[in-house]
Design a protein around this ligand. Structure first.
Ligand code: MN
Length: 493
């Protein structure tokens, strides 16, 4: 079963008593057929649940509270097959906190020109029923997604699937625990932020542990556990070093961190190379292998990027093409082919590798510890996004840039870390200027599995500001958007 099938979406189809039992039976039959079809479609990642058409305020309230109380329910999908007077929906919507998708579709694709009569019109009137519904959602200022299209169309389903992924991200976010190992890197601004506000807005529970706590856990790992971890490394990676004891130390780190995070239900974490205390190496290979298994990570105390990394991995747990912590490192200013190279000291996730990663050991100038074992590889080619969340003081802002990762033709023998090379859209200069005007961090999450659409839906669900940098970005327009967003925020406060 696909990893996202455990998440349910309640399909709540509106009607009213006015039309009689026969119409309601048809509405139920159609909605059931649609639900079965969605659930049989591999492109729909989650499970759709349908019960029966709702006809009045009490039934709507009950359907909404059922969705709220279903622990597996990640969102609600509404559709008005017939007209459903929307004052009946107010009480239900007031009880709804979960993400809302309003689909404006129709059971039949075509108008039956030769047979259409008033009975047909009464049954198939989402064209106006969904407008009544849309007005109420707008009037109540509900955060929502609206998708119009025929329900069997691939494009419609693709958009619905994308929104579901965003809702799964929100579900994951609401229960996310982030393990802080040490604090923020000294004097760095962008990795800071308001953890209380992050808990209110995203649901992230961000807890600090001293490095001493982790050192004790590392010391308690047995040689047998290290052997088992080493065998796991051999399964996924080629060991290309004589320094096996350095690799064993990373295995020890990983075993300790994994056991602790599992027992405390942490699914994202950060380290800080300035504060390693008695740890003999900066966690490198250990962090990379934990990211491969779905843990979110960021370096230098950056809990926001660590949490975002986990959320984006959860949104795509069924595809697993590649999502990693990333850092903008170095530019390549070749005329008309500007590129950005991303890497980190060590910690890039092997899920984005285009080859079988190699375990190597090299000195690391930063951190002042023993030479750390790490995975080296080249990231694969393909369309991807970079996402960053920053704390603007009065709100969180998400910045997403569309990028195209390209083939790395050079071996860079003196750079022993994993790296990605990309062409940012619309081009290096505009992308970088836009990112910098928006205050985007040097840390980000790179994903080949997500696009602007899912990230935008996620930001909408979480109620945070969203800035997109893509092929149509124009710097002057973007600067105006940032200025207007600031004014809007001030008016809201
Ligand atoms: Mn960094």
């Amino acid at each position: 079963m696909s990893a996202l099938k455990r998440y349910t979406f309640h399909f709540i189809v509106g009607s009213q008593d006015l039309y009689g039992e026969e119409v309601l039976r048809a509405v139920d039959a159609h909605a059931k057929e649609m639900t079965d079809s969605f659930n049989a479609d591999k492109s729909i990642p989650c499970t759709v649940v349908y019960r029966r058409a709702v006809r009045n305020s009490d039934e709507i309230y009950k359907a909404m509270t059922d969705a709220e109380n279903d622990p597996d329910c990640a969102g609600v999908i509404t559709w008005m097959h017939t007209f459903s007077p929307s004052k009946m929906w107010i009480r239900g919507f007031q009880a709804l906190k979960k993400p809302l998708l309003h689909v404006n579709t129709q059971y039949n694709r075509d108008i039956p020109w030769d047979t259409i009569d008033m009975d047909f019109m009464n049954l198939n009137q989402s064209a106006h029923g969904d407008r009544e519904h849309g007005f109420l959602c707008a009037r109540m200022r509900l955060r929502r997604k609206v998708i119009c299209g025929w329900w069997r169309d691939e494009a419609f389903r693709g958009r619905m699937a994308g929104w579901m992924r965003a809702a799964v991200g929100a579900f994951e976010s609401r229960g996310l625990r982030v393990l802080r190992i040490s604090d923020n890197m000294r004097n760095v601004a962008v990795t800071e932020g308001d953890k209380v506000e992050a808990c209110i807005k995203f649901g992230w529970q961000i807890d600090h542990y001293g490095v001493g706590d982790i050192v004790r856990l590392v010391d308690n790992v047995t040689e047998k556990e290290v052997d088992a971890q080493l065998a796991a490394y051999e399964k996924h990676y080629d060991i290309e070093t004589e320094n096996i004891s350095a690799v064993r130390y990373q295995a020890r780190l990983e075993a300790a961190l994994k056991k602790f995070m599992e027992s405390e239900r942490f699914s994202a974490f950060h380290t800080n190379f300035e504060d390693l205390q008695q740890l003999s190496q900066l966690p490198g290979l250990a962090v990379q292998d934990l990211m491969r298994q779905g843990y979110g990570f960021a370096a230098e105390g950056d809990w926001k990027t660590a949490a975002l990394c986990r959320v984006m991995k959860a949104m795509t747990a069924d595809t697993g093409h590649g999502t990693s912590f990333m850092e903008d490192y170095t530019y390549h200013f070749e005329p008309s082919c500007g590129l950005n190279m991303g890497a980190h000291m060590l910690e890039i996730c092997p899920s984005i590798s285009c080859e079988r990663p190699k375990i190597k050991v090299f000195p690391l100038g930063i951190g002042n510890r023993e030479d750390p074992a790490r995975l080296t590889f080249k990231a694969k080619q393909g369309d991807a996004v970079l996402a960053s969340i920053v704390d603007m003081g009065d709100r969180f802002r998400m910045i997403v840039n569309d990028i195209v990762c390209i083939e790395q033709k050079h071996d860079m023998p003196k750079l022993p870390v994993a790296a990605a090379l990309w062409k940012p859209l619309p081009n290096l200069e505009t992308s970088a200027e836009a990112w910098i005007y928006a205050g985007g961090a040097h840390h980000s999450v790179l994903s080949y599995d997500l696009t602007d659409s899912e990230m935008r839906d996620f930001a909408e669900i979480m109620g945070i500001e969203y800035i997109h940098i893509g092929k149509d970005t124009n710097i002057n327009d973007l600067r105006k958007e940032l200025f207007w967003n600031d004014i809007a925020e001030k008016i809201k406060c």
